[in-house]
Write a protein that binds this ligand. Structure first.
Ligand SMILES: [Zn+2]
Length: 388
């Protein structure tokens, strides 16, 4: 059994210990100590990182009361070591973890349900709530959680005697056996937890819900706490400033400016597609009527315009119209027939001749192929007339 120094004092960053064993595993080493301040991964909190003497601790896990430090170099059994926990990382996790307690405690009391899965990430932490929580409910939880921070309440972690425990009403993710560690934020949360927490709620800093989504019949919401909240705010300010500059609009007016831009864009698209239709119809009308099968090469047609032009041309010519567009050597095509013919055999032939891909219905097919325009000329030969 490893003595858990973090359990007594979450603020312990350095410690002395002795190596009890060192196992080699997958090119790394698993080092056990008689005592440690490194928190092993568990209860939603990732493990600590840091150093043992001059050896890097990459991760930590616990198995049957023994704590294993994964290191990149070996440490001999019996050696005396000085351990140093990566404190900025750990403190961030403590801020997040304590923030999560307060938020879960409030949501549980006000709206029922519980935290059934939680994950601390670099950018935010996620909480999976067993019942749906809407935006207003989450806003209420967030407001009260920040009140708890302002009150700078002491956060207690203790192992109550069995009898006191049986009378205690606390949140827990699973059935617990043995000594149960209870973490209390007075007036806000009582929860069984083995993690590390700040000593006073004021140390958490801001708690912010940054998003939510439906998840397995409940709600998954995203939280940022403390240093993480500040970084998140900084990143979002940068985004807003960039958009604001691009739109030449004040930050508080960017939503309106984007809406205006989208409306203008939709209007222009509408106008453009009407113009294109007019242009293609005019072009098709310039081809003498009832020519039978024809083909045409056009510059810069979108797939939609290509299809439209093939249909207009087929109608005009009374046969199969094949239209090609794109840079020489790599062309897109649309084949259309409006008088009951089947374009699919031609489509197959084209694909086979020019490493093409594509297909469609009897009256319309689309695809792409690898051919130069002159090659199309010899492909069609006398079977179809080229029109401009
Ligand atoms: Zn906890």
């Amino acid at each position: 059994m490893t003595e858990k120094l973090y359990d007594e004092d979450a603020y312990r960053r350095t410690f002395f210990a002795h190596v009890t064993q060192c196992l080699k595993k997958d090119g790394k080493y698993l080092v056990s100590l008689d005592r440690t301040a490194f928190y092993p991964e568990g209860g939603g909190q990732p493990s600590d990182t840091g150093v043992l003497n001059f050896v890097n601790v990459l991760g930590v896990h616990e198995k049957s009361g023994e704590i294993f430090h994964m290191t990149d170099k070996p440490l001999p059994a019996g050696a005396a070591v000085t351990g140093g926990v990566n404190w900025s990382r750990r403190f961030r996790l403590m801020q997040q973890h304590t923030g999560e307690h307060i938020v879960s405690g409030i949501a549980h009391r006000l709206f029922g349900g519980d935290n059934v899965g939680f994950h601390m990430g670099e950018e935010f932490l996620t909480v999976d709530w067993s019942r749906p929580l809407d935006a207003d409910q989450l806003a209420t939880v967030e407001r009260l959680a920040n009140e708890a921070v302002t009150k700078n309440l002491p956060v207690r972690a203790e192992y109550p005697p069995r009898e006191a425990l049986s009378r205690l009403n606390y949140r827990s993710k699973k059935e617990l056996t043995g000594a149960v560690r209870i973490v209390t934020v007075p007036g806000y949360d009582v929860c069984a937890c083995c993690g590390t927490h700040v000593a006073h709620t004021g140390e958490i800093g801001a708690i912010k819900v940054v998003g939510s989504q439906n998840y397995k019949g409940g709600t998954r919401f995203f939280l940022v706490c403390g240093a993480q909240a500040l970084e998140d705010y900084g990143e979002k300010l940068k985004s807003v400033a960039a958009v604001s500059s691009l739109l030449s609009a004040k930050p508080e007016e960017i939503a309106r400016a984007v809406k205006r831009l989208l409306d203008e864009n939709a209007e222009q698209k509408h106008g453009l597609s009407a113009l294109l239709e007019k242009f293609l119809a005019g072009k098709a009308a310039s081809v003498p009527a009832n020519r039978g099968d024809v083909y045409a090469c056009e510059e810069g047609l979108s797939p939609e315009a290509l299809r439209r032009y093939a249909l207009l041309l087929a109608e005009r010519c009374g046969g199969t119209a094949s239209v090609f567009s794109g840079p020489d050597g790599s062309l897109r095509y649309a084949l259309a027939n409006s008088v009951g013919g089947d374009v699919r055999p031609l489509c197959k032939k084209l694909n086979a001749a020019f490493s093409g891909r594509g297909g469609g219905r009897r009256e319309l097919a689309q695809g792409s192929l690898l051919a130069a325009r002159e090659q199309l000329e010899s492909f069609f030969g006398d079977s179809a007339e080229r029109v401009l």
